[in-house]
Ligand binder design. Structure first.
Ligand SMILES: Cc1cc2nc3c(=O)[nH]c(=O)nc-3n(C[C@H](O)[C@H](O)[C@H](O)COP(=O)(O)OP(=O)(O)OC[C@H]3O[C@@H](n4cnc5c(N)ncnc54)[C@H](O)[C@@H]3O)c2cc1C
Length: 305
């Protein structure tokens, strides 16, 4: 059963877009960034990271589900993933996308599905982070998050994208709430009316929001591979006597593992976001768009096959 459609706005590369609906690209292309096509394939990779002292966020790939049957099945699959984490004794939590739970179908319906998942998370003393998707979803995602926070407290967290102009106000509301926030730059192709495009500006607001969150909450997640921001975070924490247990660095599977290992050695908390599943194309295309060198990596691998 297909687990989602792919939005055109997600693609910079017409090559991928022209064949997206058939999803016929072979998995070996994605394996640098995606841990496997099912949980069984991802588990050994999670254990390997855990053995290095690195925690994991598991992400069952997919987005923009348009029928209830698929959204129901996905909700069930997420609940089973929480059971799987316990069974395998993984040091892992999960991340979800609300469009996988039916946000494109009906907001109330996705709220119910989120509730079903969070009931399970609370029962298992687990944690679910709601990833932030494109700007069409920002307000609804935050509304559903704040609503879920009232009922599920520390079992749910959210993501803020520093590139969005609106994030200053959202960060203030999240600080007030004491929320568990992952701060990232933002990965979607957004219009310049909504986002900063210039890297110096994005870094500046990233630092501003990170400092707001780090000084007022105990669980800021700094999600970046950017050496400049990593160094800044360490320095800011040191200068403001923020203990290493009170924040966490987060990176994506397949990127900068040695940096993660060095951070662990230096006593920092580190978590790697590990995606798996068959619906990897939108995620994979965002990773390529972020860094053109990755296209060479993929092409070289294609030629080796
Ligand atoms: C744990 C985690 C969760 C995230 N969740 C979300 C989310 O919910 N919503 C959302 O919009 N975005 C999310 N993102 C993506 C994020 O918004 C950025 O698009 C992405 O992290 C690239 O920005 P950067 O700061 O890491 O690095 P950049 O400024 O892009 O690059 C800095 C350096 O990092 C390395 N690097 C960065 N990206 C790549 C890459 N693709 N391939 C190879 N090397 C690379 C390179 O060395 C590069 O020079 C998440 C990122 C992380 C790490």
């Amino acid at each position: 059963m297909p687990r989602g459609n792919i939005s055109k706005s997600d693609f910079s590369y017409s090559f991928f877009y022209s064949i997206d609906n058939r999803m016929q690209l072979p998995f070996f292309l994605a394996k640098r960034f995606v841990a496997g096509e099912d949980l069984a394939q991802a588990v050994p990779k999670v254990k390997e990271l855990n053995n290095k002292g690195i925690s994991v966020t598991l992400d069952l790939l997919g987005e923009n589900v348009t029928d209830r049957e698929t959204a129901d099945a996905t909700t069930l699959e997420y609940r089973e993933l929480l059971d799987g984490i316990r069974l395998e004794q993984l040091d892992a939590t999960i991340s979800i996308k609300l469009t996988m739970l039916g946000l494109d179908i009906d907001t109330e319906y996705s709220r119910e599905n989120l509730g079903r998942l969070l009931d399970k998370a609370r029962e298992l003393d687990q944690f679910v982070r709601i990833d932030m998707e494109g700007s069409d979803y920002t307000q609804r995602t935050l509304d559903l998050f704040f609503d879920a926070r009232k009922k599920y407290g520390r079992h749910v967290g959210i993501v803020i994208q520093a590139y969005l102009y609106r994030s200053r106000e959202d960060v203030a509301a999240l600080v007030q709430d004491g929320a568990d926030v992952r701060l990232c730059k933002g990965a979607y192709n957004e219009p310049s009316s909504l986002v900063y495009k210039n890297m110096a500006e994005i870094r500046a607001v990233f630092k501003e929001y990170a400092s707001e969150l780090m000084k007022s909450t105990d669980n800021t997640r700094i999600a970046t591979h950017d050496d400049h921001l990593i160094a800044w975070t360490k320095k800011y924490a040191e200068e403001n006597s923020i203990p290493k247990e009170k924040f966490e660095f987060q990176m994506l599977y397949g990127l900068r593992l040695s940096t993660c290992e060095d951070l662990v050695k230096d006593g920092y908390r580190v978590r790697v976001y590990v995606p798996y599943g068959t619906m990897w194309l939108p995620y994979f295309s965002r990773r390529l768009r972020e860094r053109k060198e990755n296209i060479w990596f993929i092409l070289t691998n294609m030629l080796k096959k």
